[in-house]
Design a protein around this ligand. Structure first.
Ligand SMILES: *Cc1c(COP(=O)(O)O)cnc(C)c1O
Length: 469
């Protein structure tokens, strides 16, 4: 038996894999091949037989500077020689302090307080609890609900899952979950033929405005993914929505939670999704970008090496919790590994790379190249749309590209593309884990023009294969 097969068997005997129907891995010719990875470097993963896979989705959007980046590896080794872990309640340490300082400098202006968690879902839980608790501490006990967008995704723990739109992730657990007030997403895939993104977004925003007007007195916060609803199929909307929403939240006294877990750290072409908001036309110092009341970050934060997350917020929120202990206003939330020093060190090394490598400028060229290299793909009969925002490029396959009639989910077209991309080429595979009928690229920023060419060639073949009847 090959080393690949041996590890596969051991994995299937005891590991319950995430987000997986385990039976898809069963048998000699499984629906979904399980791939044992032995090592990784840059954008490449290597299995036990020496076959290489281009990690076109940055291992679930986490790995922004390539695998085992030497600068991050060195920083981790050094940190391990000094301090492994210490609780962050009653104690503090340099990596957590320095990271908070630097995140505050990097974040939209006004986000001055940093609360750590160890995964994205937990950062969302923190924001939801803090928002509710802020209103409570401020004597506003009627505010107990949240507004969320349809087609959104905010994680898997019960609070975060509840904020996601109805979906295969959420529906099973619906009886257990908080019920947000849903507002239809500004997702521009749904716009009428010929309508501009900006027009459609402005039109959709009216539904948000109406909902805020009706429910503001019972609502703690609106939660959104800025610009791109990633798990919802990389659906995108015009940044005008962010400006309008910021203004409306302030006017209605409702918090704005920006879930930057997927789009943060340069993925959309600017550091934060929130940075794309057009300037407020009434402001004298008309600057682009908005400041949410809470900003949740994770995924790219450690360059894809270790789990870490943070929820950033404003002084005004922090101050509502700051009181004599006996007033019972403190935020009594914690995770065992809150602010783990090794993870914080990885994050600091990642932030250093943003300074030394200036990836955002380079990414503009790579993003243009991705667009140019997908010209043939855009012309395929069953491709309804190819959309792009910075280093995210999504290909929407549909039964009828003109009417956008989707392929039924049961046909698992995306999975067909996935399998083809992994196995068809004799020299290497491409990892293109789909979202339903959507194939997307979300590569590490260190991908080279040559690798983009390879990626696009394989993706073209994979989409052709998946849309063959
Ligand atoms: C991945 C993701 C989360 C959840 O983060 P986990 O670390 O997987 O818990 C939340 N929101 C968005 C937008 C995400 O993409």
């Amino acid at each position: 038996m090959s080393l690949n097969d041996a590890l596969k068997q051991r994995s299937l005997a005891h590991v319950w894999h995430p987000c997986t129907q385990m039976r898809d891995h069963a048998g000699a010719n499984p629906e979904l091949p399980l791939i044992p990875i032995r090592s990784a470097e840059g954008v490449w993963l290597t299995d036990f037989d020496g076959r290489r896979y281009l990690d076109a989705i940055s291992s679930w959007w986490t790995n922004i500077f390539g695998h085992r980046h030497p600068a991050i590896v060195a920083a981790l080794k050094q940190q391990l020689d000094t301090l492994d872990h210490v609780l962050l309640a009653g104690f503090t340490h340099e990596p957590a302090v320095e990271l908070a300082e630097r995140l505050v400098k990097l974040a939209p202006p006004g986000l001055t307080r940093c609360f750590y968690a160890d995964n994205g879902s937990s950062a969302i839980e923190v924001a939801l609890k803090m928002s509710f608790h802020y209103w409570r501490n401020s004597g506003c006990t009627r505010k107990t609900r949240f507004i969320a967008l349809t087609n959104s995704y905010h994680g898997e723990t019960l609070g975060a899952l509840a904020m996601g739109g109805p979906s295969i992730y959420r529906d099973t657990y619906a009886p257990l979950l908080l019920q947000p007030i849903y507002v239809p997403s500004p997702d521009c895939y749904e716009r009428a033929p010929g309508q501009s993104w900006e027009d459609y977004t402005r039109q959709r925003f009216r539904l948000m405005e109406e909902t805020l007007a009706r429910h503001a007195d019972e609502v703690c916060a609106v939660i959104i993914e800025p610009l791109v609803q990633c798990a919802g199929g990389m659906r995108m909307y015009h940044p005008l929505y962010l400006r309008l929403l910021r203004e409306a939240c302030t006017r209605h006294r409702v918090h704005l939670i920006a879930d930057e877990i997927a789009v943060g750290f340069g993925r959309t072409g600017r550091m934060w999704g929130c940075d794309w908001a057009p300037p407020d036309p009434r402001a004298t110092d008309a600057q682009p970008g908005i400041t949410p009341d809470f900003m949740c970050i994770s995924k790219g934060l450690t360059g894809g090496t270790l789990p870490l997350a943070a929820t950033l917020t404003r002084d005004e929120i922090y101050d509502a919790f700051y009181a004599d202990y006996r007033e019972g206003k403190a935020f009594l939330h914690s995770h065992s590994y809150t602010g783990n020093p090794i993870a914080c060190r990885a994050a600091l090394a990642t932030l250093d790379l943003f300074e030394s490598e200036q990836p955002l400028a380079q990414n503009r060229l790579l993003a243009e190249l991705m667009w140019r290299q997908t010209a043939e793909l855009r012309a395929l009969a069953h491709v309804a749309e190819v959309r792009q925002q910075g280093m995210i490029l999504a290909i929407e396959m549909a039964r009828n590209a003109r009417s956008k009639e989707p392929y039924p989910a049961s046909e698992r077209r995306g999975l067909r593309a996935y399998r083809h991309a992994l196995s068809a080429h004799p020299d290497f595979g491409v990892l293109l884990r789909p979202l339903g009928n959507v194939i997307y690229f979300m590569p590490p920023y260190v991908i080279t023009p040559r690798e983009i060419e390879q990626l696009c060639t394989i993706a073209l073949a994979a989409v052709r294969e998946a849309t063959r009847d």
